[in-house]
Design a protein around this ligand. Structure first.
Ligand SMILES: Nc1ncnc2c1ncn2[C@@H]1O[C@H](COP(=O)(O)OP(=O)(O)OP(=O)(O)O)[C@@H](O)[C@H]1O
Length: 307
């Protein structure tokens, strides 16, 4: 379990993390999602004691990270795959960690196998590793002590499609055994596929959180019509909110804050032809992500009532 309670982190006058509260639970993969500079890495650095909080607190397994006697046995951490000692081989890095944690020597070979590094790759110096190989080594180090909690910052970064699939299956399996898995990403599809719970952050603030299924279920209805103006007028007259956004497709698509039946009935009464009517969850997390973080993104997307 990871508990983040009213966490704020400021650098000078700049607030990187602003009153953030959420919980990552055992047996679940929690996706920590947000655009560049949203505050994901800063939050994770506070979690593992690399950055002090300005106010608020974070506990991992019920304690602050610095109070864990042998942290690697309780929390597996991968924050920056390139931060490993470049002059050591992968096997040496794992061996140092294995000894520090007081684990049996056999764990090193088990982890090398688990992350599919070949024996000759494990004997290569890390400076000669590809980014994907560094991520695999970072995962191996994080899992070495069989921790109850995993904290991974952008673990899919640098992995090829097969590697991303491998990582997803690994994290899913680990959570299924009862572990708490927190992973950050701006790779929306990756998070959508693997996460049970979502925490979406923009500009240092939480903009949405909850079970993925619930968040997607509240996404409303997508409707396509050749007569958007007439449908928009009818929806407005019925007091039903709607938006037009870049993520929903062309100019003839609205995302409506109502179920499909309500939208269908409004259209029927107004005698407006519909070409498509479906729950917006099919549009996936990208739709929700773009909408929720629209005010917080560097690039502006087209959005607004289409009346
Ligand atoms: N040491 C620091 N000093 C000043 N500002 C910082 C520092 N570390 C982070 N920031 C700022 O805090 C904000 C949040 O950064 P953070 O790295 O947490 O974002 P992120 O969500 O992980 O982004 P990305 O997806 O790009 O990695 C950014 O505006 C960043 O410039």
């Amino acid at each position: 379990m990871i508990t983040v309670d009213s966490l704020t982190k400021t650098y000078g006058g700049f607030t990187a993390v602003d009153d953030v509260t959420f919980t990552a639970r055992p047996g679940r993969v929690t996706g920590f999602l947000g655009p560049n500079g949203a505050g994901k890495s800063t939050t994770m650095r506070v979690m593992v004691g690399l950055t002090p909080a300005t106010s608020g607190s974070v506990t991992v397994c019920g304690r602050q990270f610095r109070d864990l006697p042998n942290p690697g046995l309780e929390v597996g951490v991968l924050l920056d795959a390139s931060a490993q000692h470049a002059g050591r081989t992968g096997r040496e890095i794992l061996t140092v960690a294995q000894r520090t944690m007081g684990l049996p020597k056999s764990r090193v070979e088990e982890m090398i196998d688990l992350v599919s590094l070949t024996s000759s790759e494990a004997d290569r110096r890390v400076r000669d590793y590809s980014l994907g190989m560094r991520q695999r080594l970072g995962i191996a180090t994080a899992l070495l002590g069989q921790p109850e909690v995993l904290i991974l910052d952008e673990p899919a970064n640098g992995l090829d499609p097969a590697g991303i699939r491998w990582m997803r299956d690994l994290l899913r399996g680990y959570a299924n055994q009862g572990a708490t898995v927190l992973l950050s990403s701006h790779l929306l599809h990756e998070i959508e596929v693997v996460a049970d719970d979502l925490v979406v952050i923009g500009n240092g603030r939480i903009v949405a959180q909850g079970a993925k299924s619930e968040l997607l279920a509240t996404a409303g209805t997508l409707v396509r019509t050749p007569d958007v103006t007439a449908l928009a007028q009818s929806l407005s007259a019925s007091g039903v909110a709607f938006t037009k956004s870049a993520a929903t497709g062309g100019d003839d698509v609205l995302r409506v804050d109502a179920d499909t039946e309500t939208v269908g009935r409004v259209a029927l009464e107004a005698r407006v032809l519909l070409l498509e009517l479906r729950p917006a969850e099919g549009a996936g997390l990208e739709e929700m992500f773009l909408e929720l973080t629209a005010d917080n993104q560097r690039e502006t997307i087209t959005e607004g009532a289409a009346a």
